[in-house]
Write a protein of this length. Structure first.
Length: 317
C-alpha cells in the first residue's frame, strides 16, 4: 500500500483544467508526456488494479475523488444549458466528419450553450476544438485542422502504454507525445478559448484527454462518468456516427428519456440518416420504443448540421 502518497487530490475543490492535467508536457521532449499529472494518475490507477482494485485505501480515495468531481460539476452547471456531442473515438482528424462536428460545436458555443463530450480523441476532440475556437475568426478552424492533420490518427500502441505493474512503454509515450503536440500548441496559442466541458475517465486512460476543453471532470469509475454525462445534457445530445460505445450511449440516453429519470425528455439528434437507419439501424427500435408524439417532437434523424443545431437550440427544458 502506498499510504498517503497519491498523485491526485481525493477531495478536490473544483474540476481539472488542461494546464493542471497536462503540466509537465514539453513540446520539445518526446518523453515528457509521462511527466504529466494525467499520465501519473493513470499509472497509479493501473498499478492499483484499475476499477476493480483490491486496495481498500485506493478504492476509498478514488470514491472521494469521483464524488468531489460530481459536486464540482453541479456548481459549474448551475443555470447553464448543456448539450453533448457523442461519436467515434477513432475518428481521424482529417475526416470531413471531424470538421463538421467542430463546426457544429463552434456554433453551439457561439449561441451560449455549454458543449460537453466524453473528453477523449476523435469526435470528442473535434467537439472541444470547435468550442475553443468559438471566439476566433472562422478561418482559425481550417488552420487548426491543417495543423492537426499532420498526426491524423491516434497511435494504436497507446493501449499498451502502461503495464499492469505500472511500467511504461517509452515508444508508446513518444507516440502519444507526437499525437498530442499539435493540439497542445494550438491550445496554448489561444488567448481566450471558448468554454466546454470534458467528462473523460482513467478507465480509458490510454486515450489522451482533449486539451481543448476548459473544464475537465475526469473520473476513475467509467459507469459514473457514462451515466452522468448523459444526465447533464439537458439541452439534448447529438449522436454522430460511432460504434459500440456510441450505440450504448444512444440506448442509455433513451432509457433516461423513456422513464423521465431526470423529469424531462431531452432531445436526441442522430446525425447521418444512412448510418443510423441502415449501417447501424437503431431508428426502428427507437421508433417502436417511444410514443409517436415524443418521437416526432424530440428525436431528429438528419444529415443537416443546421437542422441539428436549430432542433437543439429551440428546445426549452
Amino acid at each position: 500500500m502506498r499510504g498517503f502518497q497519491l498523485p491526485y487530490q481525493p477531495m478536490r475543490p473544483g474540476l481539472y483544467t488542461p494546464d493542471e492535467l497536462l503540466s509537465g508536457f514539453d513540446p520539445l521532449d518526446p518523453e515528457s508526456f509521462a511527466e504529466t499529472r494525467d499520465f501519473q494518475i493513470f499509472q497509479s490507477f493501473v498499478t492499483d488494479g484499475r476499477a476493480a482494485t483490491e486496495n481498500f485505501f485506493a478504492g476509498m480515495m478514488q470514491s472521494l475523488h469521483d464524488n468531489s468531481i460530481t459536486q464540482a460539476l453541479r456548481v459549474l452547471l448551475a443555470g447553464r444549458r448543456c448539450v453533448a456531442i457523442m461519436g467515434a473515438h477513432q475518428l481521424h482528424r482529417d475526416d470531413p466528419l471531424y470538421e463538421q462536428i467542430a463546426v457544429l460545436s463552434r456554433d453551439f458555443t457561439r449561441t451560449g450553450l455549454l458543449v460537453a463530450s466524453g473528453g477523449g480523441p476523435g469526435a470528442m476532440e473535434a467537439t472541444h476544438l470547435g468550442a475553443a475556437l468559438a471566439g476566433e475568426p472562422d478561418a482559425a478552424l481550417p488552420a487548426a485542422l491543417a495543423r492537426l492533420a499532420e498526426h491524423p490518427s491516434l497511435p494504436g500502441s497507446l493501449k499498451d502504454m502502461i503495464a499492469d505493474d505500472g511500467a511504461c512503454d517509452l515508444a508508446a509515450v513518444t507516440a502519444a507525445h507526437g499525437w498530442y503536440r499539435p493540439a497542445i500548441e494550438i491550445w496554448r496559442s489561444l488567448a481566450k478559448p471558448g468554454e466546454s466541458l470534458a467528462v473523460p475517465t482513467w478507465h480509458y486512460g490510454h486515450e489522451p484527454t482533449s486539451p481543448f476543453a476548459t473544464h475537465i471532470a475526469k473520473y476513475f469509475q467509467n459507469s459514473i462518468r457514462e451515466d452522468g454525462l448523459l444526465a447533464i445534457a439537458t439541452q439534448g445530445i447529438v449522436f454522430a456516427p460511432g460504434k459500440a460505445g456510441t450505440i450504448q450511449e444512444i440506448f442509455q440516453d433513451a432509457t433516461q428519456n423513456y422513464y423521465r429519470t431526470f423529469k424531462i425528455f431531452s432531445p436526441m439528434v442522430l446525425l447521418d440518416k444512412h448510418f443510423w437507419t441502415a449501417t447501424h439501424p437503431v431508428e426502428p427500435l427507437m421508433r417502436s420504443l417511444f410514443a409517436p408524439e415524443d418521437f416526432a417532437k424530440l428525436i431528429l434523424i438528419t444529415d443537416s448540421l443546421d437542422e441539428a443545431r436549430r432542433f437543439i437550440e429551440s428546445f426549452e427544458p
